[in-house]
Ligand binder design. Structure first.
Ligand code: DAH
Length: 331
C-alpha cells in the first residue's frame, strides 16, 4: 500500500497545471471527501496485525496531504496574481509607447493630380465649390446654351435616369450655372468632380471620368485674363513647356479655344476654355453689359496619364492594389 501511495505522490507532483479551474479540479480529486487521499485513510483500518505499519502509512499520508495542500495554495496565489496583471493591463494605457503602425493606404493618382491642380488655382484666389452628379437638363444643357439638336442631348451620349427628367452630368460646367445663380460677382471658382458619358470602355475612354471646371466673373474680364490665368496654371503645373491655344467651339463660350501642350513630341489636348457667352449670363439674369467672364474645363485623367507615363485609363478604375500602391503619398 505504501508503494501505491508513493506512486500517487510522484504522479501528483509531476502534473502540469494550466489554470485556476484545473487546480480546483485537482484539489477535489486529491483532497476532497471522496478524494484519493481519503480513500487510503479509510483503507488503513483494514491493514491486519501491524500497528506499526498502520502508523507509518498514516503518518506518510498525513504529510502528503499537507504537502499537496501547500502546493495547491501556492499555485492558487500564482494564478490569481496573473489574473490581476491581465486586468491591470486592460485599464492601463502607456501613451509613451510607440503606436502600432497601420497601413494607411495611399492616395489615388487621380486625387493626387486633382489636388495639385486645385492648389495652383487656390494660390490665385479660386475657391472650391462642388455640384451634384445627378443633374437636370437646365443646369447641364439648356442654361449652358446647348441647342436642342446637340448630339450631347442624345441617349447615345448621356445617361438619362429612368422615370425622371434627371441625368448624370456630362461635364462640370453645370456648376457654373448653379454657382452664378446664387452668388454675385466677383466670382472665382474651381469645381472638381466626376462626370459621366455613355462611352465604350477602352484604353482611352470610359463612361466615368473627372474634370475640373474653372470660371471667373467680374467687370471687364477679358480674353487676356483667361490666357494669363491658364498660362499661370501651365507654368506652375508642367514647368516651362510649349503650348498652343487653338480656336474651338463650345455652346457656352464665345470665343472658345482648346489648349494643347507639346508632350513627347506630340500635341495633347489639356483643356477647353473661352469667354462665357452673354447668352448664358442672360439665362441666369446677369447683366452681360456690365459683367463678363471666362471659363475652362480640365480633363484630369489625360493629365494623370501624362504625368505618370501611363497608357490605359481603365487602370484608374479597377482598384488593383498593385497599381494603386505605386503612387507617392501627397496631401
Ligand atoms: N464642358 C466641356 C467638356 O466637357 C469642357 C469645357 C470647355 C469647359 C470650355 C469650359 C469651357 O468651362 O469654357 O468638354
Amino acid at each position: 500500500m505504501l508503494n501505491k501511495i508513493k506512486k500517487i505522490k510522484k504522479d501528483f507532483f509531476l502534473l502540469k497545471i494550466n489554470s485556476l479551474s484545473e487546480l480546483e479540479i485537482l484539489k477535489k480529486k486529491y483532497l476532497g471527501k471522496k478524494g484519493i487521499l481519503n480513500f487510503f485513510f479509510k483503507e488503513i483500518k483494514f491493514i491486519e496485525n501491524s500497528e506499526l505499519e498502520k502508523k507509518k502509512i498514516g503518518f506518510y499520508l498525513n504529510s502528503l496531504k499537507k504537502d499537496i495542500e501547500i502546493y495547491i495554495k501556492k499555485y492558487k496565489q500564482i494564478f490569481l496574481k496573473k489574473k490581476k496583471k491581465i486586468k491591470k493591463k486592460d485599464y492601463f494605457t502607456d501613451f509613451t509607447k510607440p503606436g502600432n503602425k497601420k497601413d494607411l493606404g495611399s492616395r489615388h493618382p487621380i486625387s493626387i493630380i486633382e489636388n495639385r491642380i486645385i492648389n495652383i488655382f487656390n494660390k490665385i484666389g479660386f475657391k472650391i465649390c462642388e455640384g451634384p452628379e445627378i443633374e437636370n437638363d437646365w443646369y447641364n444643357f439648356t442654361a449652358l446654351n446647348f441647342p436642342y439638336n446637340h448630339p450631347a442631348r442624345e441617349m447615345q451620349d448621356t445617361f438619362f435616369l429612368k422615370k425622371s427628367n434627371k441625368l448624370l452630368r456630362t461635364h462640370t460646367s453645370s456648376v457654373q450655372i448653379r454657382y452664378m445663380e446664387k452668388n454675385t460677382p466677383p466670382i472665382r471658382v474651381i469645381s472638381p468632380g466626376r462626370v459621366y458619358r455613355n462611352e465604350k470602355i477602352s484604353s482611352n475612354s470610359h463612361y466615368l471620368f473627372h474634370q475640373i471646371e474653372g470660371f471667373y466673373l467680374d467687370k471687364k474680364v477679358s480674353f487676356k485674363d483667361l490666357k494669363n490665368t491658364i498660362n499661370f496654371f501651365i507654368k506652375n503645373f508642367f514647368g516651362k513647356s510649349i503650348t498652343r491655344f487653338r480656336p474651338s467651339y463650345f455652346p457656352f463660350t464665345e470665343p472658345s479655344a482648346e489648349l494643347d501642350i507639346l508632350w513627347n513630341n506630340k500635341w495633347l489636348e489639356i483643356l477647353g476654355c473661352g469667354m462665357i457667352d452673354p447668352i448664358v449670363l442672360n439665362n441666369i439674369n446677369i447683366n452681360s453689359e456690365i459683367y463678363s467672364g471666362f471659363a475652362f474645363g480640365i480633363g484630369i485623367e489625360r493629365i494623370t496619364l501624362m504625368i505618370y507615363n501611363l497608357n490605359d485609363i481603365r487602370d484608374f478604375f479597377e482598384n488593383d492594389l498593385r497599381f494603386l500602391k505605386q503612387f507617392k503619398q501627397e496631401f
